[in-house]
Ligand binder design. Structure first.
Ligand code: BDR
Ligand code: CA
Length: 312
């Protein structure tokens, strides 16, 4: 069992990732921290509790994090994920919401005040992580692994020509984390997540295996499907965040290279991932940039776990 804390901004693909992590036998989710990203942070918290209730895991502590990026004005991705962040699926708000009194960044700073056999999977903007790092500069040295869904190396951006949403949403936080975390940052960016397309055929397969899970997945992904068709003419939707969880569980799923990476904080390239693969800057490696993925194995592992869910 690998112990993890999940930082997220749910978000359609975040809830799929969270459910995957909670149901996976290989992971023990110790806590969930929430950040403003796809939706305002309070809505993100509500969505986390919807997943916890669905998975009957209301025992997992949830911490509310930053409502705003460090400096930039907050821009959500409700155009992509729906006003409710869950594809306007109208899944009822649960009455079971009970957040921890501590803020996400205080919790993280304190939790990693000494070495822990615990890693972080960050599925949203890196604001909470940067704030925690400001409070505890040793944070990176005290965790086992840090996997982030964000950034892009050769693939084009998804919210500007060059930037991926999570890093663009809070570029200063991303820059701080890349500069100061002090442990290897494993970047699950658009180069690999764009190969993770949930297609109508796959959904149809789900309906045959487990109609209840299918119903839920269809309900939350329909909006996402429409968005991808409208803007990218893609017959399917890219489910970024579950890949970060899958890769955390099984590193052999993705391949890449190690490099020094920085994040642009100015101008029209705001949030761009500057990957110095050929070592022009002669800086110490701080990241592993993943560029290929075994898509078939991902879907086998992900859907096996999700489709095994008991009837809610
Ligand atoms: C990332 O941004 C959000 O839209 C998704 O949840 C994912 O974390 C992809 O750019
Ligand atoms: Ca996310």
């Amino acid at each position: 069992m690998q112990k993890v804390i999940i930082d997220c901004d749910p978000g359609i693909d975040d809830v799929l990732a969270l459910e995957y992590a909670l149901r996976s036998e290989e992971l023990e989710v110790l806590a969930v921290t929430v950040v403003a990203g796809n939706v305002p942070v309070d809505l993100g918290v509500e969505n986390v509790f919807k997943v916890l209730e669905r998975c009957q895991r209301l025992d997992v502590p949830v911490y509310t994090g930053a409502a705003q990026p460090l400096h930039k004005t907050f821009v959500s991705a409700q155009d992509t994920h729906g006003m409710d962040g869950l594809g306007e699926s109208n899944i009822p708000r649960t009455s079971m919401i009970k957040v921890q009194p501590t803020s996400a960044s205080d919790f993280l700073a304190d939790f990693f005040s000494e070495k822990q056999d615990v890693g972080i999977i960050a599925l949203g903007p890196l604001t909470n992580i940067a704030m925690a790092l400001g409070k505890n500069p040793c944070l990176g040295k005290h965790l086992t692994r840090f996997v982030t869904m964000g950034g892009t190396y050769k693939s084009h951006g998804n919210c500007s020509p060059v930037a991926e949403f999570n890093y663009w949403c809070d570029p200063e936080a991303s820059a701080i984390v890349y500069q100061d975390l002090g442990c290897l940052i494993e970047m699950v960016g658009l180069d690999v997540t764009r190969q993770i397309v949930l297609t109508p055929n796959l959904l149809n397969y789900c309906s045959r295996i487990n109609p209840h899970v299918h119903q839920y997945m269809e309900r939350i992904t329909q909006f996402y499907f429409d968005f991808h068709w409208k803007y990218e003419h893609l017959l399917g939707c890219v489910i970024n965040d579950p890949l970060a969880v899958a890769y955390y569980i099984d590193q052999s799923l993705c391949q890449g290279f190690d490099s020094y990476t920085a994040i642009e904080t100015n101008g029209i390239s705001l949030g761009q991932t500057l990957v110095d693969r050929y070592d022009f800057w002669q800086k110490e490696v701080n990241s592993r940039i993943l560029v290929s993925v075994d898509t078939r194995r991902f879907f086998t592992q992900f859907l096996t776990v999700l489709l095994d869910a008991p009837e809610a």
